[in-house]
Design a protein around this ligand. Structure first.
Ligand SMILES: [Zn+2]
Length: 329
């Protein structure tokens, strides 16, 4: 390892200790990792041994797409779609197929308002081809990434222009719903979601997920607004120790009350994410001709993938340091 790399790693490790816990990432890092991890247990016997052997990889790399948002141009719109930008009848107006959607709106517009359903389809095909080629690195990489995009599409606020309640005076609700609630509640969720199912059309399913998410946007916002009106304002937030920093968070009481009002919506969307992740991994494997994973699973990821992951991690940490400095300035 070069001296430069060692220095960078030491700086990064130092910084991690002083960084607040992730709170503004989609599903939180905690939720994404949990979803990919639990998806492994939905798989049939021919797949489960392979995925169990590499469960730490698909768990830890469930958050790579969010880390890439810092450094990779064009990454951000892959995580959401502001479907309400396209008007009242958006689900009828927006063509389901990528090419037809480009023809109607231009690629620039689609990129500006998010492309998550198409990203799910794209990554599904990447995974399918990786299975066909029996390429362990790509299978694991794309499985982890696909899980991330599927999970993001299940978050109601990933389907609206009012993604952080900024248009309705509810700024902060994004992280509240997808990070704070899972952080406090997800240990108690029921993760027995059944078996992965064959999916006829991954694109159609991705659109159904977006539709269901969007239908939930009203209740996400409405119940928080109602609670906010009736809850003592001086008890809405609390300060919690995050590493060496004190972070302002929604209080436990406020979170519990909201979670009751939305009747387990976060748990439901998380469970649906898990089954769909497992189902698309399974469907890609079936459509690739069911390659023998037991044989393939005996290998480990390649050194070049390990190196690439390490480089991406360094880049991410450096970018975070830069951002943190930017906030100080
Ligand atoms: Zn994301």
């Amino acid at each position: 390892m070069s001296k430069r790399v060692v220095i960078i790693i030491i700086i990064c490790l130092g910084f991690i200790l002083f960084l607040p816990k992730e709170s503004s990432q989609s599903w939180g890092f905690y939720g994404h990792k949990r979803i990919n991890r639990m998806a492994v247990f939905t798989l049939p016997p021919e797949m489960v041994t392979f995925y169990k052997k590499h469960i730490e990889f698909v768990t830890n790399h469930a958050v790579d797409p969010d880390k890439r948002r810092y450094g990779v141009e064009g990454e951000a719109p892959r995580h959401y779609i502001d479907i309400d930008h396209y008007g009242e009848q958006a689900f009828d107006s927006v063509p389901k197929f990528w090419k037809a959607a480009i023809a109607k709106y231009t690629e620039d517009t689609l990129m500006a308002y998010g492309i998550v359903p198409w990203q799910i389809e794209k990554h599904y095909y990447k995974l399918l081809n990786a299975f066909k080629d029996e390429n362990l690195d790509r299978i694991l990489n794309y499985s982890a990434d696909l899980g991330h995009y599927i999970a993001d599409a299940h978050v109601p606020l990933h389907t609206t222009e009012n993604y952080n309640g900024q248009l309705t005076g509810q700024r902060g609700i994004h992280g509240f719903w997808e990070s704070r609630i899972p952080e406090l509640k997800a240990e108690d969720y029921d993760y027995f979601v059944g078996r992965a199912k064959y999916v006829d059309s991954p694109l159609k399913s991705a659109w159904k997920v977006v539709y269901d998410s969007h239908m939930a946007v009203d209740s996400v916002l409405k119940f928080e607004a109602l609670l906010n009106k009736s809850f003592p304002q001086d008890q809405k937030y609390a300060f919690e120790n995050r590493g060496s920093l004190m972070a302002k968070v929604y209080s436990v009481e406020y979170t519990n009350r909201y979670d009751l009002m939305i009747k387990g919506q976060v748990e439901r969307r998380m469970r649906e994410s898990i089954i769909m992740v497992g189902s698309l991994w399974y469907t890609a494997w079936v459509n690739a001709g069911k390659p023998n994973l037991d044989k393939l699973g005996q290998n480990d990821i390649s050194d070049s993938l390990k190196l690439q992951m390490q480089k991406e991690e360094e880049l991410y940490l450096l970018q975070k340091i830069k951002n943190a400095k930017g906030h100080e300035d």
